[in-house]
Design a protein around this ligand. Structure first.
Ligand SMILES: *Cc1c(COP(=O)(O)O)cnc(C)c1O
Length: 457
């Protein structure tokens, strides 16, 4: 296939939206470690998870064997509002970099919530509705997940209660108002509405909150109200499963033009977009059919993969959630100001953690100012204003393309462009005013939070 024949945007037809999610765990020899009950240190049983999560989602969470899971028709119909998402050939960026590399990106920012998170939000809302629930509770940091979930809940007429990290609640009023437009109620966390919130406020008066606190509050709110369950926008196996729609579409688009990627890159917060993007490619790799370089990119300020420990840890500050085995910085870790709010979680998906530990993927960390340099360079030639989170992947894609320029290699690079950055203009402003700092935790900082790791089973 000659180069010219590859269009700027490779669109799939509506009929080509995948009708099944792909569960990469089915092809993993070493399965991800199970969630543990923090009291007994035994694997969580479905009946122990049922008061917290929707029934069908518990099944998906624990299913390590079924490779393909059909996507219910109502979810497929919703996907049609904004999917298939385009796979874009970055011709303009390639030209600007003067690289022989061929760069493609899968753009997930084409919906009002502005990120890939809607792919899982709609699935989780659907299963809650199907179970006859009244509503769901959740936490949100920067606000992308809360926005996506409020859109999904309004579609299914479910109540949506969002605990938003207080500092974001105050600094990102527009996100908050988008959520309220879709009917969600938004509470700054920590709050006086839960026991765990009250306890945290008593211990740390004036705290501006963290994702870990907000999770504890949302879980308590779900378990203390009749007809409510808790939903989470990343990290969990079920979320990676739903996000496999990204990778399946990417693969279908590449296959149309017989394009074989060499390198696949994604940013990693809790691991859901990266896990989704790489799933079908990782499946081929695990089955020994193909080989790809797969790179997770994280902020140097919150380096779970590159400097974390692979251990069982708490998922939240209040320690009300099950324990997960993952690359973690310790649940007591509070990252310094980093504007990529979606990449500030202390842990990483158990699936990706196992794959990384087994050597099936690489990880690298990048500094904030370098990320915004890449974001701006990208925006100026490709037109899209990228989210700071997504720009971590752009940074490494550009670096790999520049390496190709040195060596003359014509590598094919695919990266995930997870969202748009319209709500992150304060961060862009700091970058433009040269007020952005790159705080990298010292080994001592990290040791302090590793000391909060629980005794290992
Ligand atoms: C939440 C978010 C991320 C990071 O979350 P993952 O679960 O690691 O994918 C990345 N990009 C955007 C735009 C986000 O909103």
């Amino acid at each position: 296939m000659s180069e010219q024949k590859i269009p700027y945007k490779i669109y799939l037809d509506e009929k080509e939206i995948p009708t099944q999610w792909y569960n990469v765990r089915a092809d993993m020899k070493n399965k991800p470690a199970p969630l543990l009950n923090p009291g007994t240190l035994q694997p969580m049983k479905p009946e122990e998870l049922a008061p917290v999560f929707c029934e069908e989602l518990v099944k998906q969470e624990m299913d390590d064997d079924t490779a393909y899971i059909p996507i219910p028709e109502e979810i497929l119909n919703f996907y049609k509002m904004y999917r298939p998402s385009p796979l874009i050939r970055a011709y303009f960026l390639e030209k600007k970099l003067d690289t022989p590399a061929k760069i493609y990106y899968k753009f997930e920012g084409n919906n009002t919530s502005g990120s890939h998170k809607l792919n899982s939000a709609i699935a989780q809302a659907y299963y809650a509705k199907k179970q006859g629930l009244k509503g769901v509770t959740t936490e949100t940091g920067a606000g992308q997940w809360g926005t996506a979930l409020s859109m999904a809940c309004s579609y299914f007429d479910l109540d949506c209660q969002v605990y938003m990290v207080k500092v974001s609640y105050e600094q990102k009023p527009f996100r908050r108002e988008v959520m309220r437009t879709y009917g969600a109620s938004v509470t700054p966390s920590p709050s006086e509405t839960t026991n765990v919130g009250k306890a945290i406020l008593k211990e740390h008066p004036g705290t501006t909150g963290s994702l870990g606190c907000a999770i504890s509050e949302a879980v308590e709110a779900a378990t203390s109200q009749e007809g409510y369950r808790y939903v989470l926008g990343s990290v969990l196996n079920q979320v990676l499963l739903h996000q496999s729609v990204i990778g399946l579409e990417t693969k279908a688009a590449l296959d149309k033009y017989n394009i074989e990627p060499d390198i696949i890159i994604g940013c990693a917060g809790g691991g859901s977009n990266l896990g989704g993007l790489i799933s079908p490619f990782m499946g081929q790799k695990l089955r020994g059919e193909k080989d790809y370089r797969i790179i997770a990119v994280e902020p140097a300020s919150c380096p779970s993969f590159t400097r974390g420990k692979y251990a069982y840890d708490f998922c939240d500050t209040g320690k009300v959630c099950p324990m997960a085995k993952m690359y973690t910085l310790g649940s007591g870790f509070i990252p310094s100001a980093n504007h990529a709010g979606g990449l500030r979680y202390h842990g990483m998906s158990s699936i990706l953690s196992q794959l990384y530990d087994d050597g099936f993927m690489e990880a690298t960390s990048v500094e904030q100012t370098k990320v915004f340099e890449a974001a701006e360079q990208f925006a100026r030639v490709e037109g899209i204003l990228p989210a700071p989170e997504s720009s971590h992947a752009i940074r490494v894609a550009i670096d790999e393309a520049l390496r190709c320029k040195e060596t003359g290699e014509e590598k094919t690079i695919v990266f995930g462009l997870t969202g748009t950055g319209y709500f992150d203009m304060v961060a862009y402003e700091k970058f433009h005013n040269k007020e952005m700092t790159d705080y990298i935790p010292t080994d001592e900082d990290l040791q302090k939070s590793f000391d909060t790791l629980p005794p290992q089973p």
